[in-house]
Unconditional design. Structure first.
Length: 234
């Protein structure tokens, strides 16, 4: 007599469905907050503006966030990660450490010029956490540069924090307005490379490469996808 086939285990999909619903609602609230801030102009939005835009109750908002400030932090972190993903087609094809750092550093500043709303969110200190994609890629580039002899770095973590802080402040300055933005970005790239132990000649070469490479990218001469925010001229 043959044995009965084992019963098919019952899979409880409810936890997965509940998690998906939470993720969708959180994304809905963040999207609503971004629309509210984009339309607010000089006036500062409040929580009621966000829940009205999202068409949810105040209780629903507080199930996900404790304050509007927490929403802004979450938006800044998400936009920072998205920016890193956006630039991979033009940045991640590079192999020389100085060129990679110079190009990525300039790209973040460039977006501040082209997309002030984005800049307003990512200039928050909380957006530059050690777990962010930009920190991950930057640390990896610095490790590679140190191993190849391109950079002189006693500590990768300190160099990563220094460059992320410099990026955030440069973005903020460009958003608020600086004299001669192109010259500002040129010098910022030189100083970033100088902080990594590069010579004056290497700093200049890295700056010129990043500037010219990104201009070629903007003009369609570099075959790499351009996100919507990069359709203007650097």
């Amino acid at each position: 007599m043959s044995k009965p086939a084992p019963a098919t285990p019952v899979v409880d999909h409810r936890p997965h469905v509940a998690l998906k619903k939470r993720q969708l609602m959180r994304a809905k609230l963040l999207d609503a907050a971004m629309r509210v801030f984009a339309a607010s102009g000089a006036s500062a939005p409040v929580i009621d503006d966000v829940i009205r835009e999202a068409e949810v109750s105040r209780g629903t908002f507080y199930n996900y966030f404790t304050s509007l400030d927490e929403v802004l932090v979450a938006i800044g972190q998400a936009l920072n990660n998205q920016m890193t993903t956006d630039i991979l087609p033009v940045y991640d094809v590079l192999t020389e450490p100085r060129q990679r750092v110079a190009t990525a550093f300039r790209l973040f500043m460039l977006r501040a010029l082209l997309d002030p709303l984005w800049a307003g969110f990512v200039t928050r200190v909380d957006a530059w956490q050690h777990t962010s994609l930009v920190a991950e890629y930057m640390s990896r580039d610095l490790e590679h540069g140190r191993a190849s002899g391109a950079f002189e770095l006693p500590r990768i973590d300190v160099a990563t924090d220094f460059l992320m802080g410099a990026s955030a402040h440069a973005i903020q300055a460009l958003r608020q307005g600086v004299e001669a933005p192109d010259a500002y970005m040129d010098e910022a790239v030189r100083m970033a490379l100088r902080s990594l132990g590069c010579s004056a000649e290497e700093c200049e070469a890295g700056m010129v490469f990043a500037r010219d490479y990104l201009k070629a990218w903007a003009n369609g001469e570099v075959t790499a996808t351009r996100p919507a925010w990069a359709l203007g001229n650097p």
